[in-house]
Design a protein around this ligand. Structure first.
Ligand code: FPP
Length: 233
């Protein structure tokens, strides 16, 4: 592994929890619980090898349409994660950040999220971005509405970026999606213009260090040209 050629920002669509559970004859919720364990291990590993920004797609705006018990199970896993893991995030110097439409989040979730951000705000190591109630199109529309409110009549790409949920977050260099699906599913549409995509059939609960390393090796062997003729290092 070339530690000098690591992606700065890795985004992950954690897919396949439901199928992992179904394969074992278990309710879907068990898959999410197992998936939360993978979340913890992935964060630790990413931080150890020196990834600067890790973004995890935890819940999309469309996910509210899932059965009520499943939505509640995912939300309580998130709350449990924040409530119990913040001390270890601080110890590892990891800053927790949320990306999504905050105004539609249930009060209790929003409060927990804000507490997690507040407690880790002085951490200067890896950024851990949790996409929650997130939709790429909604993010773009929210940005446009903010621009309209500001009274601007014209805008550049550079300036547009300042209206996204996390303006200082660099674009993802690498997107990993587990479970064999090969689509972007409304994730970071603006930011992924030049992102390298890596798809693996492994279901999220089975994703481990070895699978993460495979994705990183694959990334390191790509030539990123950004529309130019020669590779950009
Ligand atoms: C996708 O699998 C997974 C989700 C929609 C939920 C992801 C949430 C967690 C792993 C919970 C904890 C998160 C954190 C950040 C602590 P799926 O249900 O779509 O699987 P399927 O496609 O096999 O049905």
């Amino acid at each position: 592994m070339n530690l000098y050629k690591l992606p700065r920002h890795v985004a992950i669509i954690m897919d396949g929890n439901g199928r992992w559970a179904k394969l074992r004859g278990l309710p879907r919720v068990f898959g999410h619980r197992e998936g939360a364990k993978t979340v913890e291990k992935t964060i630790k590993f990413a931080n150890e090898i020196g990834i600067k920004h890790l973004t995890l797609y935890a819940f999309s705006t469309e996910n509210w349409n899932r059965p009520k018990e499943e939505v509640e199970a995912i939300m309580s896993l998130l709350v449990e994660y924040i409530n119990t893991k913040v001390p270890s995030l601080i110890e590892d110097n990891i800053k927790l950040r949320f990306m999504g439409r905050r105004k539609d989040l249930p009060e209790m979730i929003l409060k927990t999220v804000q507490e997690g951000e507040e407690k880790t705000k002085n951490c200067s190591g890896m950024d851990l971005v949790v996409a929650l109630n997130y939709s790429g199109r909604a993010e773009i529309v929210d940005a446009v509405n903010e621009i309209i409110k500001s009274g601007k009549k014209e805008i550049t790409e550079e300036d547009f970026k300042n209206y996204l949920y996390l303006p200082d977050l660099p674009d993802p260099d690498l997107l990993i999606r587990t479970s064999g699906e090969q689509r972007i599913s409304n994730f970071m549409l603006w930011q992924m213009a030049y992102t390298e995509f890596y798809f693996t059939p492994v279901l999220w609960p089975d994703f481990d260090e070895n699978e993460f390393l495979k994705a990183l090796y694959d990334y390191q062997n790509r030539e990123r040209r950004f529309g130019r003729v020669t590779a950009v290092e």
